[in-house]
Design a protein around this ligand. Structure first.
Ligand code: SAH
Length: 246
């Protein structure tokens, strides 16, 4: 059943949220499902990341949490991969409304959405999910370590946590900001702040500190000529990681 909990705005936010980021995504919320919009890159990479996540997490029949779910692009794909249930959480209310409506249209009965932070969710429940995804979100929060720690609490022992984010180096500055935002105009200007990018070594340390064991990783890259994304061994720019709670 589609959750109606969107109306119960959480009273206890942890403060690990950048209001400008939430505002930015809220303003674009009506475009989440327009595949030619600012969200085109997320639609385009969705099959790649679904394949990556499923190869570690075997989504069918799993209880899944999608942190920073936005309009539900990945959330829905995981629901359609026959998850037992997928809960999407985000702090942008407008995005969640869009996500909720879209899931209704798609008649997905195994999805629910909640306006709650990962940290508040972790203090409300622990070891509640078999799989957690947190894609393209860590680079939008003030303290990514706090999100990773929340994931470590929310996932069951033996469960899988997948992250994706953007590496921080001159190449990622050129590709993810100069090329994507200015030259190719794949994403709106100001989508990303270089200082918030996270190196794989930094993410590995955050995962270790959260009690998560690194299982594997993959990069993905965009070819402006073919306009296609593909998986690559290089983690220089965009990359995904799969971890396990022992
Ligand atoms: N994970 C989705 C959306 C990525 S866009 C996908 O990959 O398709 C980043 C999302 O993170 C936005 O929806 C934004 O509202 C959300 N976000 C930013 N800061 C957040 C926070 N502190 N807590 C929860 N969600 C947050």
């Amino acid at each position: 059943m589609i959750s109606t909990q969107l109306n119960s705005v959480q009273q206890h936010q942890t403060g690990n949220v950048d209001a400008n980021e939430i505002d930015k995504f809220s303003q674009l919320a009506h475009k989440w499902w327009d595949k030619e919009s600012e969200f085109k890159p997320l639609h385009d990479i969705n099959p790649l990341r679904l394949t990556f996540i499923d190869s570690y997490a075997h989504l069918a029949n799993k209880k899944i949490l999608d942190i920073g779910c936005g309009g539900g692009i990945l959330t829905e794909a995981m629901a359609k991969a026959e998850a037992q249930s997928v809960t999407g959480i985000d702090l942008a209310k407008k995005s969640l409304k869009i996500a909720q409506l879209h899931a209704l249209q798609e008649q997905l009965s195994n999805i629910s959405y909640r306006l709650i932070s990962a940290e508040d969710m972790a203090s409300e429940m622990s070891a509640a999910f078999e799989v957690i995804t947190c894609m393209e979100m860590l680079e939008h929060v003030p303290d990514p370590g706090s999100i990773v720690r929340a994931c470590g609490k929310l996932v069951q022992p033996g469960g899988i946590v997948c992250f994706s984010t953007i590496n921080r180096n001159p190449k990622s500055y050129f590709q993810a900001i100069i090329a994507a935002e200015y030259l190719l105009k794949l994403t709106p200007r100001g989508t990303h702040d270089f200082r918030k990018f996270i190196t794989p070594a930094e993410l590995a340390r955050l995962c270790r500190q959260a009690g998560l064991e690194w299982l594997g990783c993959s990069g993905f890259t965009y070819n402006p000529l073919s306009k296609q994304y593909r998986l690559t061994d290089s983690m220089d720019v965009n990359y995904m990681v799969a971890c396990r709670r022992p």
